[in-house]
Design a protein around this ligand. Structure first.
Ligand SMILES: C[S@@+](CC[C@H](N)C(=O)[O-])C[C@H]1O[C@@H](n2cnc3c(N)ncnc32)[C@H](O)[C@@H]1O
Length: 287
């Protein structure tokens, strides 16, 4: 068997495996936006589903790959304004499954990383609904790679921490700042725009240099990617000046300086959107 045939067989095998059963829910990670970052299993499931419950972070390009005959139900959440309360989404999944639909709950990034996938899975278990979970590429991994930022690097960063920049019900951002300020690490703040002043204040108060490089990445891996490198000192001003909006990640650590060398817009697959000097801006929203 030549290499091409072997590859084709592997893809066909992946696409044919594990059919989604009536009455089952698949909680599926859609990755950060670029459809090229979907897993084969995610693709197979969205093509089999007859109901897809999706949120705001699932890109339109990925929704184009969904079974055209499937019912599409948007339960998207914008920060601070929930279109459909979580409890209603949980109930909806149970109702669809009880009606013997083959349900995909499609979520941005990875369902179990700041995605409430755990809460939804718990609810399904409590209601005796069969389910499976398909991991996705979390936005930290996808966006960092597309922006030329290795999240770890032997010379700069020996660990990486994914941190929420937003607490349930707008509680104050109480994190272990001492640990987050330790040197030799990369911190990736999800949902951190609103609390950026606290992030700067606490990290610098606990010993991180005000000159520490920071990357802001909005809508990473999509044609609307907007990425800027700044410093902790200038973070809040940069967010205001460049009008960063959710979904945005804040990456803090020495690895960010590598973006200047490693950002390769042409390789990201979104040439037109990412064109421009790689140094400070690896991608911008089209004007
Ligand atoms: C509710 S969390 C969901 C995270 C998702 N489960 C994941 O694994 O990436 C939403 C936050 O993820 C980040 N995010 C998700 N997709 C993103 C993208 N394409 N570009 C930048 N940030 C993104 C933003 O910080 C956004 O506010």
């Amino acid at each position: 068997m030549n290499t091409n045939t072997r590859k084709k067989c592997l893809v066909e095998f992946q696409l044919a495996e594990q059919p989604l059963r009536p009455g089952e829910v698949a909680i599926v990670g859609a990755g950060p936006g670029d459809p090229g970052l979907l897993t084969l299993r995610a693709l197979m499931l969205i093509q089999q589903a007859d109901a897809v419950v999706y949120d705001r972070l699932v890109s339109p390009q990925i929704m184009e790959l969904v079974n055209p005959g499937a019912e599409r139900i948007h339960v998207g959440k914008a920060s601070g304004c929930h279109y459909v309360p979580q409890e209603e989404t949980n109930e909806l999944l149970v109702q669809l499954a009880t009606r013997q639909r083959r349900v995909v709950r499609l979520k941005g990034g990875d369902p179990y990383i700041f995605g409430r996938g755990g809460e939804e899975a718990e609810f399904l278990v409590e209601n005796d609904i069969d389910f499976q979970v398909v991991p996705g590429i979390t936005s930290a991994a996808g966006c960092a790679s597309y922006c030329g930022i290795p999240l770890t690097h032997r010379d700069y960063s020996q660990s990486v921490t994914f941190v929420t920049g937003h607490r349930k019900g707008d509680q104050s951002l109480e994190l272990n700042w001492q640990t987050l300020a330790a040197p030799g690490q990369t911190r990736v703040f999800y949902m951190g725009l609103h609390n950026a002043p606290t992030i700067v204040k606490e990290l610098t108060a606990h010993g991180v240099s005000a000159k520490c490089p920071v990357a802001l990445v909005e809508r990473g891996t999509t044609p609307l990617q907007h990425m800027t490198v700044t410093t902790l000192d200038d973070l809040v001003e940069t967010i205001d000046r460049e009008d960063f909006q959710p979904p945005t990640l804040i990456i803090v650590g020495e690895v960010v300086q590598l973006a200047e060398k490693l950002a390769r817009p042409a390789q990201a697959g979104w040439n037109s959107a990412l064109a421009g000097p790689a140094a400070a801006h690896a991608g911008r929203r089209p004007a």
